[in-house]
Design a protein around this ligand. Structure first.
Ligand SMILES: *Cc1c(COP(=O)(O)O)cnc(C)c1O
Length: 389
């Protein structure tokens, strides 16, 4: 049974609005394969921890090269389980980039720990190792919190600067986690993401490169003891038998139905990644000189969850967004506000300025990049950004 690959030459009327995320087109392409997998679950009725969960865990471990994979209920719960396993809690500082999705920061707070926001690189948008060193020094000097962990985020499909993060974590004695929610399928130095840190968390939210049809997530690790702890924590802290409770855990299991959907989608995942890369290259070629195109992290491959350009300033971004909208081209702002300036987090922030994150938030704009885009639609996006046609 071969996966249905993207069809960039299929006819789409020029006047049709372009979708930012095209789940109906994805359904038309993959629906039959997904339904076969879902029907199998409907037949065996093991909706919680059915055989598809273990099958998906094996497939994701094989894909990433990690020794262990633990399927969980979402990317956020994956982060929470990893942090709980390290015993992170009140008085602990968890360092993470200010320019990321809110989920990365909310988990430390839910556990009573404090997120410490770090600035990012102005070209790659990834966490900046120099800022990380400075923020760790700030926290040690203030003496109020105990530095415990670093969460590196692979933002927009590209890898964080892992060699530098590993050096800092080892030198400072900190636990290192990879929030790879946006970037599964990406690679660094020829190696798929999933083994850059002690634990790597994935999200299968429908808009991520490998998306389910609902919530889902996973944790990758090479450490069998941690994997066992993650399995216990995702099922109420259970021990060898269901009614032996070893620790406070949670209900954090991956649904069998979502595992079934993901098994069907994993078959065509590499073809989707190749299509995203081709679209990114077409954008690079067509948009350079009109807006600042995204810099590539050296020696890496992106999963292209997001293709983000930079305009000169906020008014230029507003003008571009309006022009795109007028031509049926959607765009989105990731992220309009860095986390240290969000109402929910401001009170936990020590007041440090993080100028790069603040500047990016004021002029970044994401263009549609998904495998269902046709060549004609890609050309329309480029013409609309150029202001032509
Ligand atoms: C989406 C996302 C998450 C959360 O994943 P969910 O599955 O939606 O809980 C965490 N971190 C980052 C960087 C994300 O983009």
């Amino acid at each position: 049974m071969t996966a249905q690959h993207p069809a960039p030459d299929r006819p789409v009327p020029d006047s049709a609005p372009i979708a930012f995320l095209d789940l109906p087109a994805q359904q038309a392409r993959l629906g039959d394969a997904v339904r076969r997998r879902v029907d199998a679950v409907m037949a065996h009725c093991r909706f919680v921890m059915g055989p598809e969960v273990a099958e998906l865990e094996r497939a994701l471990a094989a894909y990433s090269g990690a020794a262990e994979c633990v399927g969980v209920s979402s990317g956020t719960d994956a982060i929470q389980i990893v942090m709980m396993a390290e015993g992170i809690g009140p008085g602990d500082a968890v360092f993470l980039p200010a320019f990321t999705y809110t989920a990365t920061a909310e988990v430390p707070l839910l556990l009573g720990a404090t997120p410490v926001f770090v600035d990012v690189d102005p070209r790659t948008f990834q966490i900046d190792p120099d800022s990380l060193r400075a923020r760790i020094a700030d926290i040690r000097a203030a003496g109020r919190l105990r530095p415990r962990a670093i969460i590196g985020v692979d933002l927009f499909g590209q890898p964080a600067p892992w060699p530098a993060l590993r050096t800092i974590a080892a030198h400072e004695g900190l636990f290192l986690m990879d929030d790879c929610a946006q970037s599964f399928g990406g690679a660094l130095s020829g190696r798929k993401l999933g083994r850059e840190a002690t634990a790597t968390t994935l999200s299968f939210f429908p808009s991520k490169p490998l998306g389910a049809y609902g919530d889902g997530g996973a944790i990758l690790t090479d450490d069998p003891d941690r994997a066992e702890l993650y399995r216990s924590l995702r099922t109420h802290g259970e021990g060898r038998t269901r009614y032996e409770v070893l620790r406070t855990g949670m209900n954090g299991r991956l649904d069998t139905l979502q595992a079934a959907v993901l098994l069907a989608k994993l078959e065509g995942f590499d073809a989707e990644l190749a299509r995203r890369e081709a679209i990114a290259r077409a954008y690079d070629a067509g948009l350079a000189g009109h807006v600042a195109i995204p810099a590539r992290v050296p020696d890496s491959a992106s999963a292209w969850a997001v293709y983000a350009v930079l305009t000169e300033d906020t008014p230029a971004r507003e003008a571009l967004q309006a022009r795109l909208q007028g031509r049926g081209v959607p765009s989105a702002i990731y992220y309009p506000r860095p986390l240290h300036l969000q109402p929910a987090y401001q009170a936990h922030h020590d007041g440090a300025r993080l100028p790069v994150a603040e500047d990016l938030a004021s002029r970044i704009l994401a263009l549609p990049i998904h495998p269902e885009l046709t060549d004609g639609e890609v050309a329309r996006v480029i013409a609309a950004v150029q202001g032509q046609g």
